[in-house]
Design a protein around this ligand. Structure first.
Ligand code: NAI
Length: 328
């Protein structure tokens, strides 16, 4: 199949080379992100392969449809950036990579939780400045805490299994509770998880229904000093409300690998730019907030799988007219 792969990073190149041969694809690599501004690069191709930070909106999808593109394969698990309705209307078949490596994100959630528990952000800065004092660095142990998981799918389960080793109490909320998870944690209502958890870790996808799931109202229901971990999607959290919660002490700390206005900022070098997003600047500056640039997924294992499985999806479409990871 003739494929144009957008937004390809250097670290993906060897996998594209290897798996385009394996699946007998002819892949053109472009660095540009997919959007209406770059959709014309798909002229003459059967498929486009994109990433989670590309803009596959109606306009872009209609453009590639007119160019004859039949398939859109995202290398990511999340697909909230793709207008599936528009794709369905124009007859473009869409696939994602739902399980490239849940461990990458699950382990990351554990890592940032431990960083917050032991004040690593401040501790690292101090040693850089030859300040070896202890004041203010006192932490807490996870065994005494209740961890609440919102979303107990593939990533949530990896995090849950990893956290289970710390001996903490674990509770969770999911629209569809899962029997395999019930042996590790007690399922509760969302209101109960918010009220009882010392640490809340988000592992649900972004949907129309849960935009700003964490907002002023839900923060008010949390325990005083609760910690929020978001490795899922930025728009699950109302950043303004999070900042207010952090300023008042209602929220005791946060680790955000994703941010609601991250597009155009995360995954780019802005060291010589003036960042104008005041909320991001505030969050970045707080001692008890860890901001990372949407890289929980970023392991060798996951990147290899993202490339391979997206090309495999297109191979399946070509050979069988369908695909196990078909979204529409
Ligand atoms: P999954 O589909 O296996 O699990 C999601 C779970 O959330 C399901 O059990 C579902 O029933 C539940 N859910 C859906 N809406 C919910 C709601 N409103 N409240 C509570 N539970 C709800 O997805 P997976 O693989 O576990 O990934 C979870 C999310 O992690 C992805 O949607 C994506 O947003 C994020 N992610 C982030 C990455 C990063 O680099 N930071 C990388 C990969 C995924």
């Amino acid at each position: 199949m003739k494929i144009v792969a957008y937004c390809v990073r250097l670290d993906e190149m060897s996998s594209f080379e290897k798996f385009s041969k394996k699946y007998d694809h002819d892949v053109k690599i472009v660095k540009e992100s997919f959007s209406p501004a770059t959709a014309n690069l798909a002229e003459g191709y059967d498929a486009v392969c994109i990433l989670g930070n590309c803009t596959a909106n109606r306009e872009a999808i209609e453009m590639i449809s007119k160019l004859g593109v039949k398939y859109l394969a995202t290398r990511s698990a999340g697909f909230n950036n793709i207008d599936l309705e528009a794709a369905k209307e124009v007859g473009i078949e869409v696939s994602n990579v739902p399980a490239y490596s849940p461990n990458a994100v699950g382990e990351f959630a554990v890592a940032v939780t431990l960083c917050l528990a032991r004040n690593f952000k401040q501790a690292f800065k101090r040693v850089e400045l030859q300040d070896f004092s202890l004041g203010g660095l006192i932490g807490f142990e996870l065994r005494n805490k209740t961890i609440g998981f919102i979303g107990t799918g593939r990533v949530g389960q990896t995090a849950i299994k990893a956290f289970s080793g710390f001996g903490c109490k674990m509770i969770g909320y999911d629209l569809y509770p899962n029997d395999n998870v019930a042996k590790y944690l007690e399922y509760k209502t969302l209101a109960e998880v918010l009220a009882e958890a010392d640490i809340i870790s988000l592992h649900c996808p972004l949907t129309e229904d849960n935009l700003h799931l964490i907002n002023e109202e839900t923060i008010a229901k949390m325990k005083d000093g609760a910690i929020l971990i978001n490795t899922s999607r930025g728009q699950l959290v109302d950043s303004r409300a999070l900042i207010e919660g952090l300023k008042s002490g209602k929220i005791g700390g946060a680790a955000i690998d994703v941010y609601e206005n991250e597009y155009g900022i995360f995954h780019y070098n802005h060291e010589n730019d003036i960042i104008k997003d005041e909320n991001l600047l505030t969050l970045k500056s707080l001692p008890n907030v860890i901001v990372t640039s949407h890289y929980a997924f970023y392991t060798d294992e996951a990147v290899t799988n993202m490339v391979e499985y997206s090309l495999q999806n297109l191979y399946e479409f070509e050979k069988t007219n369908t695909c196990k990871n078909k979204l529409v």
